[in-house]
Design a protein around this ligand. Sequence first.
Ligand code: NDP
Length: 475
Amino acid sequence: ELAQIGVTGLAVMGSNIARNFANHGHTVALHNRSVAKTDALISEHGSEGTFIRTETIEEFVAALAKPRRVLIMVKAGDPTDAVIEELAGAMEEGDIIIDGGNALYTDTIRREAAMKERGLLFVGAGISGGEEGALNGPSIMPGGPAESYKALGPLLESIAAQVDGTPCCTHIGPDGSGHFVKMVHNGIEYADMQLIGEAYNLFRDALGYTPAQVADVFTEWNDGDLESYLVEITAEVLRQVDAKTGQPLVDVIVDAAEQKGTGRWTVKAALDLGVPVTGIAEAVFARALSGSRAQRKAAVGLASGSLADKPTDAEQFTHDISRALYASKIVAYAQGFDQIAAGSAEYDWNLHPGDLATIWRGGCIIRARFLDRIKDAYEDNAELPSLILAPYFRDAIENAIDSWRRVVITAASLGIPVPAFASSLSYYDALRAERLPAALTQGQRDFFGAHTYERTDSEGKFHTLWSGDRSEVEA
Ligand code: NDP
């Protein structure tokens, strides 16, 4: 019997996805650089389905039904290139190589073009959901040639998470689009986590709550419009007690956040595209700041000022924080979807934002009730200029706006850092402003560099003769 799919790279993600395929009745060919991982998977989980054990790439490729479909789940970067090269040498025209690792989308664009020249279909697939999702149903974002999806789509859809009978997997678009979209997903995840962190910090420092008390608030929130995987696990992490000290675990963990790079990639790509993803950027920088341990240690004790207006009504302030969180989250998603639209335009991908909201409803780390609303918003109007302008979100922000401002005011007064809450609010205020100080910026640029400006009352470009008689000339 030949396998419908092969998986190479059997570390935690690859072996869980291989088991997921097998659990869904597919015959799976297994391969890993070191055979020990292949054997471990077969000895521990071989009874879950039909696996074909292989040692060499030639054996592996020979075990697959045509068109051959191979999912690569190895370390991103050079190892992925090495494995692609080896596979491509053994495969035939029309075969499909899927890279399920966290590849940088520009690498995927390059790899897809190289494989196309060799007659192979290359699919860069973003996969979200961590270990658990890989085993029980991830959200899958496959890019690549549309024809690849005919042979691959049903297979991937069968192992993806399902929400209301809809699989969290759809063909995203050409070449690097799947990995691009996965990258932005991770950026949004950074922003979401930072916002939750700021909310938590306000409960601790403004209201004096214990981690367990904050956990109760998050549990309650998870029954409302903030319902999401991240809110749910936040309550679980906050409730965890350290066995060694008897303290809440969160108080024993070093407060320096690490990162593997996808948030940084999102911000770098956004800078190149000129998209203001301020919420995601604040989240990436907040992690960097938390990791500047020597600087932080030296700065402890710096002046905090004397305003210190503590909230007097804990119930009201709790409500305020929930609304600040919701509104800021809308901003983070709006910015992420703006980046997706910009990427789509730049690379001619023709991406459909509503499809993404649909496949992010389950399986992935940012899954949330909220995504149903985003899906609806794009279904109502696929050309929305910003998610913030969808009637539902517009109303949600209108209902949240005073709370949002109170939270930022209180945090500033108490000296509690809320970079993502504050910058999201500023983004919102800038977006809705009739006039921005950018007019002054243009004047300054014209003053020192003769960069010209446009006028509000006539077409064309103008320059003031700043070092001459200061009359205006048309440029
Ligand atoms: P790792 O990223 O730790 O990669 C380990 C695997 O890569 C092993 O199978 C290893 O083989 C193989 N490998 C490394 N170098 C080479 C090489 N030069 N040639 C051949 N094989 C090589 O595994 P994970 O399971 O954590 O992740 C797999 C991919 O999925 C990564 O790209 C990751 O970014 C991505 N991902 C991970 C998620 C997670 O939550 N962990 C979530 C979503 C995506 P060997 O056993 O022989 O050393």
